[in-house]
Write a protein that binds this ligand. Structure first.
Ligand code: UGA
Ligand code: MN
Length: 269
């Protein structure tokens, strides 16, 4: 068991909107190409919706046809109304995906709670993979060897072409971040991965609403390491961009309101 490749546990919050199935399709068809990936897909919803249930059923069929061994766990938890981003809110106003990522972490803690020194939990890596970013397959092979926390550049984020750690002699010595650069670890959620064992050993480590906007990443990383020099730079010492913080336009569906019968009547969108 321990000789096997470490499993990548990708935790993805997702919520209902017109592009949801398109986003999940795009993301899952990347994941189908990654060896030993366990996808923890967490709906921001009070129930597991039939759209996502159907999507997961079909994906399991696809997964059985390929050799990579994609596993899927489908969970749900609803963001309380007070913390929900409204359509009219600017996207940065409230943190997104907080409870969903915690539900993924809790599932891992529960799933591996029987682990002991004689029967250890599998070697694994946790990555918080939002449903709208664009991921190069090489990224997953980079993060697989994470011992504590690995880190790499993220394209198209924070008002820059790329946000990245500055690396000298294989050690992170600073950041090129412009947005809130005083954060302890000023990087996007897409820019780091955690070793499973290190997270399991810290039962308090989780996301929270009780911190300043933009501090979620720093908060979780700070619970595992104290200093940036402990980070493991990946992607050729942080000189390559293997993930982009793409954001999908909200489609204009104004004509749909005029129809008596939805244009996709009988068709799942
Ligand atoms: C940025 C970061 O890249 C996110 O990791 C961070 O969660 C977010 O800011 C934040 O402000 O909290 P951004 O592109 O603005 O990302 O956020 P989204 O991609 O819209 O949302 C992040 C994740 O949460 C996505 O997987 C999305 O599907 C999910 N989400 C979003 C929900 O589960 N519920 C929502 O109401 C909104
Ligand atoms: Mn996003």
């Amino acid at each position: 068991m321990q000789d096997e490749l470490p499993t990548i546990f990708a935790i993805t919050p997702t919520y209902a909107r017109p592009v949801q199935k398109a986003e999940l399709t795009r993301l899952s068809q990347t994941f189908l190409h990654v060896t030993n990936l366990h996808w923890i897909l967490v709906e921001d919803s009070s129930v597991r919706t039939s759209l996502v249930k159907n999507f997961v059923l079909n994906l399991n069929d696809l997964a059985n046809q390929v050799e990579s061994g994609l596993k899927i766990t489908h969970l749900n938890v609803e963001t309380p109304a007070a913390f929900k981003t409204r359509l009219t809110d600017p996207n940065w106003k409230k943190p997104r995906g907080v409870l969903q990522r915690n539900a993924g972490i809790d599932w891992l803690r529960d799933h591996f709670k029987e682990a002991s020194p004689s029967s250890p939990s599998p070697r694994g890596v946790i990555y918080f993979a939002d449903d709208d970013n664009t991921y190069d397959l090489k990224l997953f092979e980079e993060m697989r060897s994470t011992r504590k926390i690995s880190i790499w550049p993220v394209g198209l984020v924070g008002g820059l072409n790329v946000e990245k750690p500055l690396v000298e002699d294989g050690v992170v010595v600073g950041w090129n971040t412009q947005w809130e650069p005083q954060r302890p670890f000023p990087i996007d959620m897409a820019g780091f991965a955690l070793n499973l064992q290190h997270l399991l050993e810290r039962p308090q480590a989780r996301f929270t609403y009780n911190i300043r906007r933009g501090y979620q990443e720093s908060h979780i990383i700070s619970q595992i390491i104290n200093d940036k020099t402990e980070l493991e730079p990946k992607a050729a010492n942080c000189t390559r961009i293997l993930v982009w913080h793409t954001r999908t336009e909200n489609p204009k569906l104004g004509h749909e309101q005029k129809l008596k019968v939805a244009s996709n009547h009988g068709m799942e969108l």
